[in-house]
Design a protein. Structure first.
Length: 390
């Protein structure tokens, strides 16, 4: 069993086990065309119906009794070794593409993502028939009901309000000083209190600053009064939840790598415009588009929700009521395109340039439910928002 077997050898041995009915073949593991053809025939017809398939009889004859040299008990082990051989080959090929791209001075982000996927044993599934796609949806919901999969993270009792579901990329956008970080922290805290592990990437503020904001939120004490307030330690028990803050990750590659290995249930990135790209583009909008697409891909591959904060451009300031629209997302139209849900936070402008505590959270795009407008009230003393059904 310890003998070194080449991938081609492992393909033939596992086909022998499959012909004997001891394992179910996985056609995607086979690189030799005739081996894959036999594996596909076995997967479709089974050993009993192999005569119906268009497979070379000499190939069947040459592998039929190979498994006898290793014993029937080794069937699963041989298939595992084939999977490992395939994974190692994919890792090697992906690592070579990273090195080649870096040597040529090209963007190597996509190659690095391919390398991570190969190392994790993930691969493209290919085209899925409509019936199978529907079955996957039914299985997803059944797993949630049976507790085998974590359901979407609900942040409001109103069922029409978007929940944060695995695979979704969510955008929360606003002009500066409207309160998007405060609202994102609320969402993160709600998720953590529900037992979900949350990682909040703060590219704008150090961790202690977010800690102070969290103390303000849970105790209701104005931020500017915290230094002289007493008995603040009681906030520590209220914040004993799986919410983690990272303020030391600002480059795209480091961000993606940390998201892959941290194993969280929910990620928040504050904010998109401060993520340094892995490779420079001619225009900033192309850099932002690449980062936005990468975050969406990660949400899907990790099957977790990702909430990304974004800025609204100055065009919204030209409107009388300064209400933002989708077209006002700053830097790139790809942000809207890649997002599953886009939420625009707005507070009513007051004379003198100040902002009212009354505002709206506009769900301007929602791939999985209705759009709409939810009135919100900014509780400035505690740096948090209140909304109906919260």
């Amino acid at each position: 069993m310890a003998a070194k077997l080449l991938r081609r050898d492992l393909e033939r041995i596992t086909l022998s086990y499959a012909l004997a009915g001891l394992i179910k073949p996985e056609p995607e593991l086979y690189a030799v065309p005739e081996h894959r053809a036999l594996a596909e025939a076995l997967a479709e017809h089974g050993p009993e119906g192999i005569a119906l398939a268009e497979v070379e009889p000499s190939l069947i004859a040459s592998v039929t009794d190979l498994y006898l040299d290793y014993g029937s008990v080794a069937a699963e082990e041989m298939q595992r070794r084939l999977r490992e051989a395939v994974r190692r080959q994919r890792v090697t090929e992906a690592a070579l593409r990273v090195a080649q791209a870096a040597k040529r001075g090209e963007d190597y982000l996509s190659a690095i993502e391919d390398l991570a996927e190969a190392a994790d044993g993930r691969e493209e599934r290919g085209a899925v028939p409509a019936r199978e796609a529907a079955r996957l949806a039914l299985e997803r919901w059944r797993a949630e009901r049976e507790g085998r999969r974590k359901p979407p993270i609900a942040v409001a009792r109103d069922p029409a309000f978007p929940s944060f579901d695995g695979g979704g990329h969510y955008i929360l956008a606003a002009r500066t000083a409207v309160g998007k970080t405060a609202l994102a922290l609320q969402f993160a805290l709600i998720a953590a209190r529900a037992g979900r592990k949350v990682v909040f990437y703060s590219l704008e503020m150090p961790a202690w600053t977010l800690g102070a904001r969290l103390i303000s939120q849970v105790l209701g004490i104005p931020l500017h009064e915290l230094r002289d307030a007493e008995n603040l330690e009681r906030a520590l028990d209220l914040l004993d939840v799986p919410l983690f803050v990272r303020d030391d990750v600002d480059h795209a590659e480091a961000l993606y790598a940390d998201m892959r290995r941290s194993g969280a249930d929910f990620y928040v990135v504050d904010y998109l415009g401060l993520v340094h790209p892995s490779a420079r583009e001619e225009r900033r909008e192309l850099e932002v588009a690449r980062i936005s697409r990468a975050l969406k891909r990660l949400a899907v591959k990790l099957d977790v929700p990702v909430l990304t904060l974004a800025q609204i451009n100055r065009q919204a300031e030209q409107k009388k009521d300064k209400r933002p629209e989708l077209a006002h997302l700053r830097d790139s139209g790809a942000i809207e395109q890649d997002a599953d849900v886009v939420m625009l936070l707005w507070r009513k402008p007051e004379p003198g340039g100040t902002l009212s505590d009354e505002g709206e959270l506009v769900v301007a795009k929602n791939r999985h439910g209705p759009t709409g407008v939810w009135p919100v009230h900014f509780q400035g003393a505690a740096l948090r928002f209140a909304w109906e059904g919260a």
